[in-house]
Design a protein around this ligand. Structure first.
Ligand code: FAD
Ligand code: SF4
Length: 481
């Protein structure tokens, strides 16, 4: 039984992490799993609120107070059953989710929410260890076939849900291995690839067939694929990067983040990379333009490669360390969240625009930055303006551009088939039925909603599976979220 006052005596405790100096020597995950006793104690802090905002603010609506209560009573297996009923892949969200649930936790008003994400991770990891995560092949097979294009979290969640509903599901993936950004974007120090492998094995054992190295839209045209199956789901992500076109942006030594991250993920996986194509930060001054997850992953990678210095530049002003949470709760407050990479030695600069790259003999040697001033315009929107201050020059022999992704790739898959796009350049499909402009073709995940989060990709994959089931069977027993 939960004690609604336990939070008054039990403090929020983060799981142990390897010290920065040690973790920089390897590529493995450095956040350790908390001991079961510690996890249960943290779960005790949950007050089981009448209106659990954590549940509402979780995009897959995880039943957070329910699992906390079960853990307190020692029922780990039931907690797992609750968790897997709403989330196909808690091992990914338990490692990667920015946890809007914690911002919405009532204890956030005291500045110390329940450690929901870590509890989620502890439950799913125990489930894997105990053998509770097993393939769940459909008891009754249906005759209809569905092709899922793209094997990121959206495609995987959709494929798994449809296979469990009895459909014959094939996943087509253009890369040489499945996983999407979980494989070739996010580094091993945040998500070891063995975590992905064991989940892929489970999905395969549930009957999903994977065809890797197949780019739909090239030799296998979308309409040809549509002709072979009863429905197609497009879950191809939003990998077209926002461009930074300033003087000098064509110099050698300037790369877009995904090229860098993909390459290092391949190196960690044991692949040989042609030394002429290798991007290695060893001994270099590295400047990363952009401050989001992608920029942080570039920083962590450069530090592990042995960069001489790593600086991350972003154009927003430094957020405050303290705010009145009540002004924002249950929405996330705009607080400074120190990233792990700062602890590892990355310097962060706030409020600068990148205005030029300077080079010598065709190679970058410095980044020119212009200080910015932010103000609210008459409509209340924050706008930036060059500050009346001199520009700044940063030495850099390697520059990584991580300023986000514009939209889904406008490749032959999208253009030749004539799919309608929305104003931002993503595939147009409503999240009530996930239907694109073409009959029998659905879309979900970043390809539909634009660059987003793993937890949203899982939600969309699940909902899209339900939409396909309704399209093919007239109704669906798959969960609505
Ligand atoms: C570096 C980085 C770090 C991130 N960190 C986090 C984080 O910490 N937490 C978080 O929640 N989110 C994070 N994200 C965002 C998250 O990874 C994405 O929102 C999520 O992966 C989107 O899932 P998806 O399935 O829609 O697309 P993706 O994961 O992009 O998968 C799309 C797949 O489709 C394949 N594909 C594309 N076109 C074709 C084609 N024509 N034929 C066949 N296959 C095709 C691609 O190869 C890819 O495998 C990060 C993103 C990046 C880039
Ligand atoms: S998936 Fe994310 S938002 Fe949902 S409970 Fe887990 S950490 Fe919180």
């Amino acid at each position: 039984m939960q004690d609604p006052r336990a939070f008054m005596t039990i403090e929020r405790a983060e799981p142990p992490r390897e010290p920065a100096a040690r973790r920089l020597r390897h590529w493995r995950e450095y956040t350790r799993l908390a001991e079961p006793g510690r996890v249960t104690r943290q779960a005790q802090r949950c007050m089981d609120c009448g209106v659990p905002c954590c549940h509402q603010y979780c995009p897959v609506h995880n039943l957070v107070p329910d699992w906390n209560g079960l853990l307190v009573d020692g029922h780990w297996r039931q907690a797992w059953q609750q968790l897997e009923s709403t989330n196909n892949f808690p091992e990914f969200t338990g490692r990667l989710c920015p946890a809007p649930c914690e911002s919405a936790c009532t204890l956030m008003l005291e500045g110390a929410p329940v450690t929901i994400r870590n509890i989620e991770l502890a439950i799913v990891e125990r489930a894997w260890r105990e053998g509770w995560v097993r393939p769940k092949p459909a008891r009754r097979k249906r005759r209809e076939r569905v092709a899922v294009v793209g094997s990121g979290p959206a495609g995987l969640a959709c494929a798994q849900s449809l296979a469990r509903a009895g459909y014959r599901v094939s996943v087509y993936e253009k890369a040489d291995r499945a996983g999407g950004l979980l494989r070739y974007g996010i580094p091993d120090f945040r998500l070891e690839k063995s975590v992905l492998e064991r989940r892929l094995a489970q999905i395969e054992a549930e009957g999903v067939a994977f065809h890797v190295g197949v780019r739909v839209g090239d030799r296998l045209a979308l309409d040809a694929l549509r002709g072979e199956v009863d429905a197609v789901v497009l879950a191809c992500g939003a990998s077209s990067p926002r461009r930074l076109e300033v003087p000098g942006s064509g110099l050698d030594g300037i790369h877009y983040a995904m090229r860098y991250l993909e390459q290092q993920n391949r190196v960690v996986a044991g692949e040989h990379i042609d030394p002429r194509r290798r991007i290695d930060a060893r001994g270099l001054d590295v400047v990363i333009i952009g401050g989001g997850d992608t920029g942080q992953d570039c920083a962590g990678t450069a530090l592990r490669q042995g960069a001489r210095s790593v600086t991350q530049v972003q154009y927003h002003e430094r957020p405050p360390e303290r705010v009145d949470i009540r002004r924002y709760w249950p929405e996330p407050a705009p607080l400074l969240r120190p990233g792990d990479v700062e602890e590892e030695g990355c310097r962060r600069l706030w409020g600068y625009d990148t205005v030029a790259f300077e080079g010598r003999e065709g190679h970058v040697e410095a980044v020119r930055l212009q200080p910015l001033r932010w103000y609210r315009n008459s409509e209340g929107r924050l706008v930036k303006q060059a500050a009346d201050a001199p520009s700044r020059r940063l030495e850099a022999q390697l520059v990584l551009i991580a300023i986000g992704f514009a939209h889904t790739e406008h490749d032959t898959l999208v253009t030749r088939a004539g799919l309608s796009l929305d104003a931002r350049g993503n595939v147009r499909a409503d999240d009530s039925d996930y239907r694109t402009s073409l009959d029998g073709i659905f879309s979900c995940g970043d390809m539909r909603r634009g660059q987003s989060l793993v937890v949203w990709a899982i939600r969309e994959g699940r909902q899209c599976a339900r939409a396909v089931d309704r399209y093919l069977a007239g109704d669906s027993e798959l969960p609505a979220v």
